[in-house]
Design a protein around this ligand. Structure first.
Ligand code: SAM
Length: 415
């Protein structure tokens, strides 16, 4: 393991690289304050790698010098973070703070309905999460992060899903593991205990329109950031060479299909399939004018035979990881007969890296997803070998792994 001096060298060299590159290209330096164009400080290309190495090293260095007793204290008390985040969401506090200037605690208290001395405590805790700041005593203003929670609907939806569904579910994981030791199915999960239902997650959420719309928004949030951002996925498969028509299976409100069609004008048509209740809840303007004639939606379950034959690509994003191997094989059974020779199955899901290889922050995110799968679906994230085994033997050898690049796998039908 690197020493603290080696870690500090990594931090210093990567910090200099990022600083100098931002300066040379006339972009702002990183800040917690609200800035006009947050994209201007998004790091890409070589800087993204430097960012990962810097963050890994900085976190490791901080943890090392903290020592185990401080670290444990801090980790245990961070359990209050989601409690405070839930208050922010429930009382719509970010939306009640003006986008420019500040608001007094008294005025904010009157707006959100939390008594002022309690509100003060909530706000001052939130500052430690880089949410809000206090430009003058007893006045609160936005940081970039709180501003996003006030204005960006996908971020608000993700926060709502996390605090209202993930948080209560997580509290029940230990109980679920005790109640159903060993392998369990999608109705024997922490989520089933938390929400006192014996329905699988997607069936239940389909009966709760407010949650379903919010969850779709949360999916939109995940599509723009992290190792599985859509723009990264677009680069990991050769869409231009391999696709004129595709089906986005379980494609929700079509945000991914739209991104694919916009990025690759040579693609003629994309069809988004999802459950009837999800398609029925779609807003009237779901088909954007610029994609006229190239995008359609259909109610169709992937647990039934695929009616669209011979598409070039059958695209599944965040689907297979929701299910056990047995159900995945059922999905393949319904799909493969509709594929022609040369059709591709493109899976955009996490790939669990070998332990300790690559970026620790990315690995942690993948493992957080893996725990989410356990809690909600009794399913899992998979390594590249798991994926190969699942799809190749699940398709009785008809699909062969062609490529696996960070979170995007392509299988081609060979006969
Ligand atoms: C985790 S979301 C992924 C959505 C989208 N692919 C994305 O990447 O944002 C899973 C989607 O599968 C849909 N779904 C669940 N069960 C389904 C089924 N049996 N047939 C079709 N879609 C289903 C859900 O409604 C939801 O939109």
């Amino acid at each position: 393991m690197a020493t603290i001096l080696e870690l500090s060298d990594i931090i210093s060299s990567r910090t200099k690289l990022i600083h100098d590159e931002l300066q040379a290209s006339g972009r702002p330096q990183p800040t917690f304050d609200v800035i006009q164009d947050p994209d201007a400080i998004t790091l890409d290309g070589e800087l993204q790698q430097a960012q990962k190495e810097l963050r890994d090293a900085a976190q490791k260095l901080s943890d090392l010098v903290a020592g185990p007793s401080n670290l444990l204290l801090e980790q245990l008390f961070s359990f209050h973070d989601p409690a405070v985040m839930r208050v922010l969401y429930t009382f719509k506090i970010p939306q009640a703070v003006p986008l420019t200037g500040s608001i007094s605690f008294d005025d904010l208290s009157a707006k959100v309905g939390i008594e002022v001395s309690r509100l003060r405590r909530i706000l001052r805790y939130a500052y430690s999460l880089r949410i809000f700041q206090e430009p003058e005593p007893e006045h609160v203003s936005h940081t970039q992060l709180s501003c996003e929670l006030a204005t960006a609907q996908p971020s608000i939806d993700m926060l709502g899903h996390m605090v209202d569904e993930e948080y209560p579910t997580g509290l029940n994981l230990a109980q679920a593991l005790s109640r159903w030791p060993g392998e369990s199915g999608p109705t024997n999960t922490a989520y089933n205990i938390a929400f006192e239902t014996d329905q699988p997650w997607f069936k239940w959420i389909g009966t709760e329109p407010h949650r379903a719309v919010r969850f779709a928004g949360a999916m939109g949030f995940l599509s723009t950031r992290g190792i599985n951002a859509i723009d990264l996925m677009l680069q990991r498969f050769d869409w231009t060479a391999n696709c004129k028509t595709f089906v986005d299976v379980g494609g929700s409100r079509g945000h991914v299909a739209m991104a694919i069609l916009r990025a690759f004008p040579s693609i003629q048509h994309g069809l988004v399939q999802d459950l009837p209740e999800i398609v029925a809840q779609m807003p009237k303007d779901a088909q954007p004018a610029d994609l006229e004639g190239r995008l359609d939606f259909a109610a169709q379950s992937f647990l039934e035979p695929q009616p669209v034959r011979d598409a070039d690509v059958y695209f599944f994003r965040y689907i297979f990881h929701d299910y056990s191997d047995a159900v995945c094989v059922q999905i393949l059974d319904n799909l493969v007969p509709s594929m022609r020779k040369g059709s591709r199955l493109v899976i955009n899901d996490f790939i669990v890296p070998a332990l300790g290889t690559g970026c620790a922050i990315d690995e942690r995110y993948t493992r957080q997803m893996d725990i989410h799968m356990l809690e909600f679906m009794a399913s899992k994230e998979r390594t590249v070998d798991d994926w190969r085994e699942l799809v190749e033997s699940g398709s009785k050898g008809m699909l062969k792994l062609e490529s696996a690049r960070v979170a995007t796998l392509s299988f081609v039908k060979e006969s």
